[in-house]
Ligand binder design. Structure first.
Ligand code: BDP
Length: 332
């Protein structure tokens, strides 16, 4: 073979390589991910484990670096950063995703799920897959839906007193996540809803901008919110799944093989996080006890009253989700 021919063959091979096995298949990349929770929290741990698997499967080519503890701000900021590709992944609550992906807002309706098992069944099944696909299909948001995480049930906590009935919420300013649905929900439940980022909450409690908030035991305990609000009441008004989203900008630089790995390990993270969650709830209850938290139970009758009280939220925000609500209620 002449020298010139050899060069042109090499060129054709290189061109072929460029066309058929994209250069991005071999890139080294550290995928940045963010979470409001600290290291050791079930969602942080699950994403770190997902990263370790990804690193092993790609011989160190792909790594995940989780930025915990609101180092990168609150969840609204995470979504913005993922949209522009500054973050590859974000673990956020569906609470903040609702206003961004309208189809997901159905999961934010108060007292939607009968119990945790119902919620798990829904997100693990076809409805869960369908809703993740809605994120990916949404052109405006620039996000890919990867996996669901457990967030237990949310309960109200405050500085002044426990909430055994609606009247106990009177005059209390209660922080909710930034979603108009929750502000109205809190107002309907008898308090005054104040939307605020999780990253603003401790300051809000300290300065008296709010008298309380609502969250699951792990968020309350790991954030040591009992230092500012000791009364924790089991209203269980929301059972909001959490979610891992991926930046489309970063996604499009990954080879199809790498994309498959991210999806696969994401699904595994979803299953693994559930066990971590159970342990964390137990640990959080112990921590709350050790810190003299006053836990108030809510009788089934009073829970019924709360459910009736939030009907206007369903009328206003649920109407567009009628079919999905029906499908969710049929999941056994
Ligand atoms: C926690 C969620 C977290 C939310 C937070 C909140 O894990 O994603 O940011 O609640 O209330 O339970 O903002």
């Amino acid at each position: 073979m002449s020298f010139a021919k050899a060069i042109s063959v090499a060129g054709a091979v290189m061109l072929g390589t460029a066309l058929f096995s994209p250069v991005f298949a071999q890139q080294n990349l550290t995928l940045k991910s963010a979470d409001v929770h600290p290291k050791g929290y079930p969602t942080v741990e699950a994403v770190e484990r997902m990263g370790a698997k990804l690193e092993k499967a790609t011989n160190g080519r792909l790594k995940v670096q989780v930025y915990p503890s609101m180092q990168l701000g609150g969840e609204k900021e995470f979504l913005e950063q993922a949209q522009v590709g500054a973050l590859a992944m974000a673990r956020v609550s569906v609470g903040v995703m609702g206003p961004v992906i309208p189809e997901l807002n159905v999961l934010n309706l108060p007292y939607l799920f009968r119990d945790s098992a119902h919620m798990h069944k829904v997100v693990d099944g076809p409805i869960g897959d369908e809703l993740l696909a809605k994120i990916t299909a949404n052109d405006k948001t620039g996000l890919i839906g990867i996996a669901w995480m457990d967030g237990g049930a949310r309960n109200i906590y405050g500085k002044q007193r426990g909430v055994a009935k609606m009247e106990d919420l009177k005059g209390q300013k209660i922080r909710t996540m930034g979603n108009p649905m929750f502000v109205q929900m809190m107002n309907d439940m008898g308090g005054n809803g104040v939307a605020m980022g999780f990253d603003q909450l401790i300051n809000g409690l300290q300065t008296g901008v709010v008298d309380g908030a609502e969250n699951n035991e792990p968020s309350y305990a790991s954030g040591q919110h009992y230092n500012y609000a000791k009364y924790y009441s089991l209203t269980e008004h929301l059972m909001i799944p959490e979610i891992i989203v991926f930046s489309k900008r970063v996604w499009n630089t990954l080879s199809p093989e790498d994309q498959k790995l991210v999806m696969k390990f994401g699904k595994e993270a979803q299953a693994e996080q559930r066990g971590l969650w159970q342990d964390m709830v137990k640990k959080s209850l112990e921590d709350m006890k050790a810190n003299n938290v006053v836990v108030t139970t809510v009788s089934p009758e009073e829970k019924k009253r709360f459910q009736t009280a939030v009907k206007p939220v369903w009328d206003k925000f649920g109407a567009e989700h009628k079919t999905m609500i029906e499908r969710i209620s049929q999941v056994q």
